[in-house]
Design a protein around this ligand. Structure first.
Ligand code: FAD
Length: 361
């Protein structure tokens, strides 16, 4: 069956999820507008603060993890089409005890790359504009659905904007915009130290990562939490001229994100957590600035990708545990499901379901 003309789409959020989905939709010829909140109150977005690590092997025995292991191929293709997005091969150094479902030696030598999140943040707005995506810098304050006019987005300056097809890619703010989201969508606070250079004692720039991240286990336990829980993962990656050190994760019980944690306390915990690890001890007192971001995740690991039941025309693209690996491979599928019609859209939807990603409805 021949696909009919693509639909117009409005995406809320232009982090890695909203941005790469907008590019995938433009590849199909759709008319796309992204609405992205202006930077505010000293926080980063999750995409800006990301390590951007792209392991070239599956991190779990799932179809999605196998697909995500090929993310570098898609990033390379995007760079060929749109210019620098921060993707580059990167040396990997693992530290910490081995854990996981398969010995890492099975994949040796490990294929690894990184997206420099500072480069991506600087380049994405330019790339979107060059690709013909309309980008509005405004916070969406509220959403309303009216059968006559579709989705109405009330923007921070009082403007009302309408959309037939709406994608929520607003990360940890999605639930604030539309509370009726599946309970598995949660949020956490993340923090890392931004260093002005790469620590000399570790030689040339490389990604130093723990064999397994405690953050992933904490996200899986989120549903059962009765009180806030935090932990520190010891990692270090090059970023712009400097580097990002450590990853502090705070998960609150319940569905609410909660208030921004006080920076001095988070920095103390982060440095203390690094000092407690043999690898991190020599780095724990290096001068650096604490950066914080709110992060969306799904407690069962699978992100929310697809149309939302009981909300006609609303689609979800959020809750990634490893957005830099998962988004580039999922964005083309969601774009096809969203913007095409008939057999091509149905095939993309089936593919998403096979990855375990269909939303109930
Ligand atoms: C320290 C750290 C390290 C990480 N390391 C890795 C890694 O190595 N590899 C990996 O794959 N992943 C990693 N991640 C996870 C990855 O960063 C996230 O999965 C990914 O960035 C999520 O992108 P997103 O676009 O969904 O969300 P976000 O980046 O949070 O983007 C959401 C966007 O929505 C906008 N927005 C929010 N509310 C509104 C509103 N009301 N109106 C308009 N716009 C709105 C925001 O301004 C923002 O631009 C890491 C995360 C952190 C914090």
């Amino acid at each position: 069956m021949k696909a009919s003309a693509p639909a117009d789409v409005v995406i809320v959020g232009a982090g890695v999820a909203g941005g790469l989905l907008a590019l995938a939709l433009r590849e199909l010829g759709a008319t796309v507008t992204v609405v992205d909140a202006p930077p505010g109150n000293g926080l980063c977005t999750a995409s800006e603060l990301s390590y951007g690590a792209l392991p070239g092997w599956p991190l779990a025995p799932t179809p999605l993890a196998r697909l995500a292991a090929g993310a570098s191929k898609r990033w390379r293709l995007l760079q060929e089409r749109h210019g620098d997005l921060g993707w580059r091969p990167c040396r990997l150094r693992l530290h910490g005890a081995a854990a996981g479902w398969r010995p890492l030696s099975a994949f040796w030598p490990l294929p690894f790359a990184q997206v420099d999140s500072a480069v991506l943040a600087a380049r994405l707005p330019l790339v979107l504009a060059a690709a013909g995506v309309t980008r509005l810098i405004a916070k969406v304050e509220s959403l309303d659905f009216q059968s006559a006019s579709g989705w109405l987005l009330c923007l921070g300056d009082g403007t009302i904007f309408s959309a037939d097809q709406l994608v929520l890619a607003a990360g940890a703010q999605c639930r604030q915009l539309w509370p009726l989201l599946p309970q598995r969508l949660r949020s956490s606070w993340a923090a890392a130290l931004e260093l002005a250079s790469f620590p000399l004692q570790l030689g040339g720039p490389a990604a130093w990562l723990p064999v397994s991240f405690g953050r992933v286990g904490l996200e899986r336990r989120a549903v059962g939490l009765c009180q806030p829980e935090w932990l520190v993962d010891g990692g270090l990656v090059p970023r712009a001229e400097g580097s990002l050190l450590g990853q502090h994760t705070l998960v609150n019980p319940g569905l609410e994100l909660g208030l921004v944690p006080p920076s001095p306390e988070v920095e103390r915990q982060l440095r203390q957590g690094l000092a407690a690890q043999a690898w991190g001890k020599p780095l724990a007192q290096l001068p650096g600035s604490l950066r914080q971001a709110a992060v969306a995740f799904c407690s069962e690991g699978l992100p929310l990708v697809g149309p939302l039941a009981d909300a006609p025309g609303m689609w979800m693209f959020t809750g990634f545990s490893a957005g830099f690996s998962q988004v580039p491979v999922l964005a083309p599928l969601l774009a096809q499901a969203l913007a095409l019609e008939g057999a091509p859209a149905a095939a993309a939807t089936r593919r998403l379901h096979k990855l375990g990603l269909g939303l109930p409805g």
